[in-house]
Write a protein that binds this ligand. Structure first.
Ligand SMILES: Nc1ncnc2c1ncn2[C@@H]1O[C@H](COP(=O)(O)OP(=O)(O)OP(=O)(O)O)[C@@H](O)[C@H]1O
Length: 767
């Protein structure tokens, strides 16, 4: 990502408070003639260098003791009484043009004589509130306790152009607050020196701002071997001081002091543990997610700066993702008595989001397994900077649904989403490998990071249009940047001076990101209607359908039972009136009187049985009638639906230009029945029962269809001639089960197999 260019000329007063004559001379000369000769410049610089050398030697001999224990001196520093500095930037071609600034800041004075004079400097970045270049104000300490300083002195005979800075809060905090977002909260903190609740601070002005943290990784063995030195110092877990080293062979730049100071919500030195990083940056967001708010954490930084280490970590030192999930599950378990929680997870490589799968997770182990699986699938390749460089962005999204009851006992569904994002490295192509496929990836990554930077800029500048659509990454981060979401950015940096450019870049964008304000976050909460969600409705529907099927099976069984009972009763009816002897070959042979006597009590009991059976049959028939009624009600409802649909269809076809068809249909003579005009929609209706329903007993006893023929005899063969009412369902079933009845005996079979019955069965289908 490009970094803004700034060059500035700083003035500094010496310890006595007076600008040295030499510096004045240089300034005047420069003002007079901007193209002043190099020779003259060199001369003055050499003079100045000699002076400095003398002064610093003199100070060393004075056995200086800093009065403030928190002031950390830096050995071998410039002790110029007065000098002019010009900021040099190795990434000059990437930097935006110089913008004259009017914002001026003043460092607080300290107790040492060297610090009495305030150092005035300009803030070089428009809208940037913290970044500043500063100059040394303290004398060196003969007993430096500052590791970086030691390292700096030891290294290759190069000298540091840098700064010292206080370890304690007062100076840095005051400066930071003064320079930072200017919110009332911060001003109050600056005044009272009290630490504030970050959540409270985050919500100042109604909006939530992005919380920005910086994490410095330890120097790697490889870097040490390459002779690199630490150029970053973290002070008071908040301030970051960035130093650029100058080579002593670079004679022209020997007098230049280059140092940048940034302040963030918290800054983690190399010694910070994973747990510490998690608790400070993310634990709060996890809590908010459980309340139905959205949160997102993303790591940003150069390749090999420690993003993946921070987000995923190792098995021994799990990172933010794992700790967040663990914490989430612990909290969910603790609150499981309050309501139901459902946790959904997805882990994606951010370049392509299609085909993203979502998993339901039940435990932390499952999440770890998913993460490991996801990371295995993730594209990683060794680059010059990192052996296992992530060549893609990875996003772990955790959606927590929490169902509980509110005060009014309504069921409330809260949904919170936590996005944990490990961005791919933000290195320049040069830092990786320009000649391979990696450079193409690098270009893609950088394109999306460029898109990210334009979004950050647009958000900071309060533009209406935020170019989220420029890359998939920014589309995915849309919620996190400028949405209703708590957002945390962790900027990862390397301590090595070899990565100075990348570190400066990262810090610059992190600093810029502090100014992004998200919308005031809301709780995603919905009231569940009647306590039933869509999923539950679908489940209910399935259950009802299953129940329906079971009921139908039961009904069929009942009907079969009825039929068998009817058959039994018929058999019983037929037995008390045996056909006259000899009338049928099927009739039993006449028996003796004794046998007749024996049969009498049997007949009585059979009558009773028949009566009982008739009662049972009637009860069952009533049941069937009731079912039929229900059925007809359902059919009516369906008819209504069909009518509605047909009306809609008609309207639709009318709208689609099918008017002709409709018109022709409407021209057709309408059917009339009993004076009622039937519409075409009538066809969809089930036929209304037209005749009185007859019971089985009506049919079998009194209502056997018959007509009087020409010869005056009644016959059942012409039943088709008269209008026949639809037979009862019972009758239909009775006929369907005819063969099952045959086993009951020859009498009953003889009775049932009659032409009338057969025709009766067929007649409705014929019509
Ligand atoms: N805080 C830390 N403590 C110990 N080791 C660390 C720390 N941060 C990073 N490292 C180590 O530094 C190396 C590079 O870190 P990491 O892979 O996380 O970088 P990265 O920023 O994700 O790189 P890339 O963008 O290329 O994927 C790894 O070997 C990692 O173990």
């Amino acid at each position: 990502m490009p970094v803004s260019t700034r060059s500035q000329i700083l003035s500094k007063e010496d310890e006595s408070g007076e600008t040295t004559a030499k510096t004045e001379h240089i300034e005047k000369t420069q003002m007079r003639n901007p193209h002043h000769g190099l020779k003259e410049k060199l001369k003055s610089l050499t003079l100045l260098y000699e002076q400095q050398k003398l002064v610093s030697m003199g100070v060393k001999n004075q056995n200086f003791k800093p009065q403030e224990k928190n002031i950390l001196p830096l050995p071998a520093l410039d002790r110029c009484g007065s000098f002019k500095t010009e900021e040099r930037d190795s990434n000059k071609q990437q930097l935006p043009p110089f913008v004259p600034l009017n914002q001026k800041e003043t460092l607080p004075t300290s107790t040492t004589s060297a610090e009495k004079s305030p150092v005035t400097r300009e803030n070089p970045i428009p809208n940037s509130t913290v970044t500043k270049t500063y100059v040394l104000t303290q004398p060196p300490n003969p007993n430096p306790s500052f590791d970086d300083a030691k390292e700096n002195v030891a290294a290759n005979g190069d000298r540091i152009v840098g700064f010292t800075c206080p370890r304690k809060a007062p100076v840095s905090t005051t400066v930071a607050r003064k320079l930072s977002l200017g919110s009332q909260m911060e001003a109050r903190r600056a005044k009272t020196g009290q630490e504030m609740d970050p959540l409270f601070e985050r919500q100042s002005n109604g909006n939530s701002r992005i919380m920005v943290f910086v994490r410095l990784r330890p120097m790697m063995k490889k870097e040490k071997e390459a002779g690199s030195r630490s150029c970053v110092r973290i002070v008071n877990r908040r301030d970051v001081y960035l130093t650029e080293f100058a080579s002593e062979h670079d004679y022209l730049r020997l007098k230049r002091v280059r140092g940048r100071h940034f302040t963030f919500d918290a800054s983690f030195p190399e010694s910070a543990t994973q747990q510490e990083v998690y608790s400070t940056t993310t634990s709060e967001l996890v809590e908010a997610v459980l309340q139905g708010r959205n949160g997102s954490v993303f790591c940003y930084g150069a390749t090999g700066a420690g993003k993946t280490y921070t987000m995923l970590g190792t098995v021994e030192n799990p990172g933010v993702m794992v700790l967040a999930i663990k914490d989430l599950f612990t909290k969910v378990r603790q609150r499981s008595c309050d309501g139901n929680h459902v946790v959904h997870l997805s882990y994606l490589e951010g370049i392509v989001a299609a085909g993203l799968s979502q998993y339901r997770a039940y435990s932390t182990d499952e999440v770890m397994a998913l993460l490991l699986q996801g990371n295995k699938n993730r594209t990683t390749e060794p680059t010059r900077m990192n052996e296992t460089s992530s060549r893609s962005h990875a996003i772990l999204q955790v959606v927590v649904e929490y169902r509980t009851r509110d005060a009014a006992m309504n069921i409330v569904n809260r949904v919170g989403k936590l996005s944990l994002i490990d961005l791919a490295g933000s290195e320049r192509a040069l830092a990786t490998d320009q000649r391979t496929l990696r450079s193409i990836e690098g270009a893609n990554i950088n394109r999306s990071l460029l898109a990210l930077s334009s979004c950050i800029n647009a958000l900071v500048e309060g533009k209406k249009h935020i170019p989220y659509r420029n890359s998939k990454l920014t589309q995915l981060l849309k919620d996190s940047l400028g949405g209703a979401c708590n957002t945390v950015m962790i900027a990862n940096i390397s301590p090595s001076n070899l990565s100075f450019g990348e570190t400066q870049n990262t810090l610059h964008w992190a600093d810029r990101a502090k100014e992004i304000r998200n919308k005031a976050y809301e709780t995603t909460e919905e009231l569940v209607q009647d306590g039933v969600t869509d999923a539950e409705q679908a489940k209910l529907l399935l259950e009802v359908q299953k129940e329906n099927r079971e009921l139908r099976v039961q009904l069929a069984k009942q009907q079969q039972k009825i039929l068998s009972l009817q058959a039994q009763s018929l058999a019983a009816n037929s037995s008390p009136t045996p056909p006259p002897s000899g009338s049928s070959i099927l009739s039993p042979p006449p028996s003796s009187n004794k046998a007749n006597d024996k049969r009498k009590p049997k007949t009585k009991s059979a009558e009773e049985t028949v009566r009982e059976l008739q009662q049972v049959v009637k009860a069952l028939e009533r049941e069937i009638e009731r079912m039929k009624r229900d059925h007809s009600v359902q059919i009516k409802k369906r008819d209504e639906k069909i009518r509605e649909l047909s009306l809609k269809m008609a309207k639709y076809s009318e709208a689609e230009g099918l008017k002709m068809l409709v018109t022709r249909t409407s021209l057709r003579p309408r059917e009339t029945t009993n004076g009622e005009v039937k519409t075409p929609g009538h066809r969809f209706l089930s036929p209304a029962p037209t005749a009185k329903k007859r019971t089985f007993w009506d049919i079998t006893t009194a209502n056997s269809p018959s007509v009087t023929t020409a010869n005056g005899r009644k016959t059942r063969s012409h039943v088709n001639a008269e209008p026949v009412a639809p037979p009862s369902m019972l009758l239909q079933l009775a006929n369907q089960c005819l063969w099952s009845v045959l086993i009951l005996g020859p009498h009953i079979a003889n009775y049932i197999i009659q032409p009338g019955f057969a025709r009766q069965r067929l007649s409705p289908y014929k019509q």
